[in-house]
Design a protein around this ligand. Structure first.
Ligand code: HEM
Length: 532
């Protein structure tokens, strides 16, 4: 009765009721559980459309840095979202057993199969499921496993160097270096995961459109992740989910298709691994093909050890998430190193001297291919300083790494934040803290890593956030370091790199990961033996 009266009233006076409801909703957002005390862009307090709009414009790392510099260490990015710039926040927000969970930003990145979401190690918000999953696969990524990955990485590096010579250096053709490094990173992950490259480097093309697919997917997921409800309208809507469930729509991610094909090829071999827990004989390799234990084998070994948890689905999603999480991020980091070198000739020259001296003194074996081993790369302090500085000035992830505050609320850097609030840090902001890295934070200067005393260095390292932190920190960190520390000196020994147009800087595109565009270069072959 009362409801009918209210409805009648609302219909009659809709021109007053609608603005009143909208105003009420906006005010509720603005004063949401006391978050109005935090500064930010004025629109951010009222609606998440502001952060959607900002991320849509692909320059969010700049927005966050500017707002923090102007407004302080805590800023409001949305009615329910805060960004923290103080490095002390890292330990609280990402610390172990603090009760924070990943936000709804992550499920937007979930693949769907037969109408069901496929939560991965990266995208699951269920921390209990995550910790069981991570326990099962952790061993595969330990530093000690690197030894068995190195032969797999070597194979791709050698093909990559030869192809660079053949396609670009010997023809004088210019190279879209960021894309070329993406091809490398995707092929390494293919080799590490399935002992089989996807074929990007050999064919010099985006096989099956996988790179484009992931690029487009991230460009969608970054803004939509700011308002995850939109995903239920655009991509994971009931019509799409039901049509998948009933088999009317069999769209499948190209990386998943590749993964399914590789698993089918090796089904017999993996059955034995699942049964015995032992790696297959092929992993021993031969003199021509050095072998190595790939991730598919390791995840299947985890199935043997944890049959109650690891099903075929967990093995498949773990393999696919390697491609999603490990390729674009590594390619971005590699591009940064090469770009910073070509745009800072002093640093480039100093690094070349270090590498040449190591070859001359026997610190690097004089291999014909010019490749540098992981062990050798670890004895090059300037290389290490260059790579650290590149991670500092251009971390791959360019948005806040979102977490939800536990129900009871928590104190972060002296401020009580109510439960349910989305909080996070952006590596681009943390890495430019002058009290940690020095007043010249905006300058690319690898020497800062060599000059710092032990205490300062400890603070600098503790503030580095390129791999995230805590329980959800990057599981592939060691693998990516293996790739980067090996490829950079190996490539520099074989080729001299110059920009096609030194007056034209690259462009950045922040779609969760900050991709580089217009990084066009030429290569000149160097005589590797001449350095010995
Ligand atoms: C330089 C290269 C890389 C960078 C900068 C990077 C960065 C990150 C970051 C920031 C996170 C945390 C995300 C979050 O908390 O929301 C993460 C997680 C993850 N990364 Fe990486 N990553 C890199 C390479 C790799 C590689 C090579 C692999 C796989 C072989 C990989 C697999 C993963 C996975 C599976 C997770 C989720 C871990 C979990 O939640 O337990 N990453 N990565």
């Amino acid at each position: 009765m009362l409801l009918t009266e209210i409805l009648k009233f609302a219909l009659r006076y809709w021109f007053v009721v609608i603005p009143a409801v909208i105003t009420g909703w906006l005010l509720k957002n603005k004063y949401n559980r006391g978050l109005n005390k935090y500064p930010g862009h004025w629109l951010a307090a009222y609606t998440d459309w502001w952060r959607f709009w900002d991320v849509w414009h692909r320059k969010t790392e700049k927005t966050h840095l500017k707002l923090h510099r102007e407004l302080g260490d805590v800023i409001r990015l949305g009615p329910n979202t805060l960004s923290f710039a103080d490095p002390k926040a890292i330990k609280v927000i990402y610390g172990l057993n603090k009760g924070f969970t990943k936000s709804e930003f992550y499920p937007v990145q979930q693949a769907v199969s037969k109408g069901q979401r496929l939560p991965s190690l990266f995208s699951t918000t269920d921390e209990d499921y995550h910790s069981k999953y991570r326990r099962c696969v952790n061993n595969a990524f330990a530093m000690s496993s690197l030894v068995s990955f190195e032969p797999l990485v070597n194979k791709t590096i050698n093909v990559f160097l030869d192809q660079t010579g053949k396609i670009f250096a010997s023809t004088g053709k210019s190279c879209n270096f960021n894309q070329w490094l993406q091809f490398f990173a995707f092929d390494v992950i293919g080799d590490l995961t399935w002992s089989r490259r996807i074929g990007f480097v050999e064919q010099n093309e985006d096989v099956d459109g996988i790179v484009k697919f992931i690029g487009d997917f991230l460009s969608y997921a970054a803004p939509v992740g700011q308002m995850p409800l939109l995903d239920l309208v655009f991509k994971k809507n009931p019509i799409f989910m039901l049509s998948q469930k009933w088999g009317l729509n069999n769209t499948i991610f190209p990386a998943t298709r590749f993964a399914l094909a590789r698993s089918a090829e090796r089904a017999g071999e993996m059955d034995k691994v699942r049964e015995t827990g032992l790696p297959p004989p092929s992993s021993k390799g031969t003199t021509d093909n050095p072998g190595g234990i790939d991730l598919l084998t390791r995840f299947t070994q985890a199935q043997h050890a944890h049959p109650e948890f690891m099903t075929d689905r967990e093995v498949l999603t773990a393999c696919v998430s390697m491609v999603f999480a490990g390729s674009e991020t590594t390619a971005i980091s590699l591009s940064t190193v090469f770009y910073m070198l070509v745009t800072h000739p002093r640093v480039y020259q100093k690094l070349m001297e270090e590498i040449e001296n190591a070859v001359r003194d026997g610190g690097i074996e004089p291999r014909e291919t010019g490749t540098v081993s992981w062990g050798e790369s670890q004895k090059l302090p300037y290389l290490d300083a260059v790579i650290q500085e590149c991670f500092r000035v251009h971390p791959a992830a360019g948005l806040i790494v979102e977490r939800v505050v536990p129900k009871q609320g928590i104190e972060i850097c002296g401020r009580f934040v109510p439960g349910g609030t989305i909080v996070g840090c952006n590596a681009w902001v943390l890495h430019r803290r002058p009290e940690i890295f020095g007043e010249d934070v905006d300058v690319f200067r690898p020497e800062r890593w060599l000059e710092a005393d032990a205490a300062k260095l400890r603070d600098m390292k503790a503030t580095m956030f390129q791999f995230g932190a805590g329980a959800r920190t990057c599981i592939g960190k060691n693998i990516s370091l293996l790739e980067i520390y090996k490829l950079v000196p190996s490539f520099l020994r074989r080729f001299e790199i110059s920009l096609v147009d030194p007056t034209k800087p690259w462009r950045l595109h922040n779609a969760w990961f900050v991709r580089q565009l217009d990084f066009n270069v030429r290569f000149t072959a160097r005589r590797v033996q001449a350095t010995v």
